[in-house]
Write a new protein. Structure first.
Lengths: 201, 201
């Protein structure tokens, strides 16, 4: 992780049902040097949730000030609560040479790409339409209508792949992790992140 | 190696003294699925060298016909003998989904970049100027003048790094291999090599 001087922001995103959460968790367990981005939110803490670990809990006023002062890499409102990615938290890690992993939906990833284009954008996809169907059904409590809506949305979202740098098929969680780890290592070798090597000669 | 449908051409290059040959040999031993590009040459076979394994041995007439018919990805004349990379050999492997590794000097790599820009260009460098000095001296039989010439040339060649995709520091051969293997795996996940996934949905 320390081949380049500055850390790299890796954005893990993809359609619903791709398994972003599971892969992200597995990756964090395998890569202790990687730092997971912590979101800010206006929703109230649930039992056991810690400020600065699970979320940065903010009042609506604080959150809106963060928006106003451009302190969020992206933000969204979901069912009346606000969620966002604090720029400072990410920047401080990167400055110290630590890589940051941000797990986020496609809309959020596209905002981050706008505010932080130096990031590396990884699109996680299910191995097949059949597998996606069974994953959506596996969550249970789906009416036929809601299933069709979710499946249609996921298929639609897949077309956003072109706006990412990498696509990782999540067939087996460990294999997906191995691919993402290779992407992390390779990005540290990219020439444009290592131009300072030239001045060392 | 089979995540994308078509194989990828990886060009391993770098200044003299970077250890290209050693890394290439180690990589081939670790990666049996990788295919090493075999050069064509007009020089005579040495004892034990096999046609199609070490080189494709060609008459000067045959070699010049290959140049004329654009059948070489690059070529050069060295002390009166011709050397080149047959396009057919590489293309056939790539078509079959096999990755090809080409170890070559910087001048050759720049020719390949021109004739085959879809390749992935990896620049191998020694860990430091001090280490490069000791590697050049380690080859022995260097006069002070020839040492200065070689060292100066290598420093000059280092500036070509900017024309490559990746830079790999060859501090320890196995570590350099791990980085190159990550690059290979990551490139198979690049979105522009996987656009056919979109049509599968």
């Amino acid at each position: 992780m320390t081949e380049g001087k500055r850390g790299i922001l890796f954005v893990l995103s993809g359609p619903s049902g791709a398994g972003k959460g599971t892969v992200c968790q597995a990756l964090m367990a395998r890569q202790p040097d990687l730092s997971l981005s912590v979101s800010a939110t206006t929703r109230l803490p649930r039992e056991g949730e810690q400020h600065g670990v699970n979320y940065f809990f903010k009042s609506p006023e604080e959150f809106h000030a963060m928006i106003a002062y451009n302190q969020l890499l992206e933000w969204a409102e979901v069912y009346g609560n606000f969620y966002g990615t604090p720029r400072n938290f990410v920047e401080e890690k990167l400055e110290r040479g630590v890589d940051v992993l941000l797990e986020i939906d496609i809309q959020g990833a596209m905002q981050v790409r706008h505010t932080y284009p130096e990031g590396v954008f990884i699109f996680l996809i299910p191995p097949s339409a059949t597998e996606l169907k069974s994953r959506i059904l596996g969550r249970g409590s789906e009416t036929d209508e809601s299933f069709q809506r979710r499946f249609g949305a996921a298929r639609h979202e897949l077309q956003r792949m072109k706006e990412y740098n990498y696509v990782v098929v999540n067939d087996v969680v460990d294999s997906a992790c191995v691919r993402i780890e290779a992407i992390i290592r390779a990005e540290h070798c990219s020439v444009h992140r290592n131009l300072e090597l030239l001045s060392e000669w």
